[in-house]
Design a binder for this molecule. Structure first.
Ligand SMILES: C[S@@+](CC[C@H](N)C(=O)[O-])C[C@H]1O[C@@H](n2cnc3c(N)ncnc32)[C@H](O)[C@@H]1O
Length: 213
């Protein structure tokens, strides 16, 4: 995966030179790079914390659930240069920025839809190598599995970012994470790698998952 580690930072090569997407620093060396902020992107936090089994090629296809304004999407767009990111977001206000971003970056396909109803975008989205889920909703494990069942390639993976407080504000995060893992295993998913997102995000975990076909 084309992610560059330098000192305590990570960066991606900027697909759209001179354009900063969310105020991130641009660095000019042999090429232009964008610093990937782990406090703004859970994927950057996971990579800095040692996530090692996620592989993205420049032709990879990604289904991204909870794209928001496109902060993380933009870095994935730097990596899968000749691939595609189907970026699902259900807030029309938030999606405006995402749509603007997709005009600059042809590998982003913005989709204004509810990720709990994946059949509504069945005709638009192809099978993907990665399904990334960061919707911060109580039922996100269920919607993640629904999307995995419909869109994951046979050798594809899913990355589920879990925020304990979005699921239950009272229960201990450890217990919440265990319950979500149990739900995944009961439905035939295997956890390949687990990574905590501290110190960048409190009480969050990232689960890299594959489906047993
Ligand atoms: C934590 S933010 C995502 C941040 C983003 N992943 C990033 O790193 O740049 C969660 C987003 O998920 C969206 N969302 C929540 N429920 C959703 C659903 N059912 N379908 C699609 N998007 C949803 C919210 O509107 C919000 O923009």
């Amino acid at each position: 995966m084309k992610v560059y580690f330098k000192d305590s930072n990570i960066a991606t090569k900027n697909l759209t030179p001179k354009i900063s997407v969310y105020g991130e620093e641009l660095i000019l060396e042999d090429e232009e790079y964008r610093i990937w902020n782990p406090r703004r992107s859970k994927l950057a936090a996971a990579l800095l914390n040692g996530l090692e089994k996620l592989e993205l090629e420049d032709t990879s296809k990604v289904l991204y659930l909870g794209a928001s304004t496109g902060t993380t999407v933009s870095h994935i767009s730097d990596i899968v240069v000749n691939g595609r990111i189907y970026a699902v977001e259900f807030s029309p206000t938030t999606a405006k920025k995402l749509i603007r971003l997709s005009r600059q970056r042809p590998n982003i396909a913005p989709i204004l839809a509810d990720a709990t109803k994946p059949k509504t975008y069945l005709n638009i989205v192809e099978k993907t190598d990665l399904i990334y889920c960061d919707v911060a909703q109580p039922t996100q494990t269920q919607l993640f599995m629904k999307n995995m069942n419909l869109f994951c390639k046979e050798n594809g993976v899913g990355l589920l970012m879990i925020k304990a407080r979005s699921i239950d504000v009272v229960q201990k995060p450890k217990k919440i994470f265990k319950e979500q893992e149990k739900k995944l295993k009961e439905k035939g998913f295997r956890i390949i790698e687990k990574v905590k997102l501290e110190p960048y995000e409190k009480d969050h975990i990232g689960l890299l998952v594959e489906k047993n076909f």
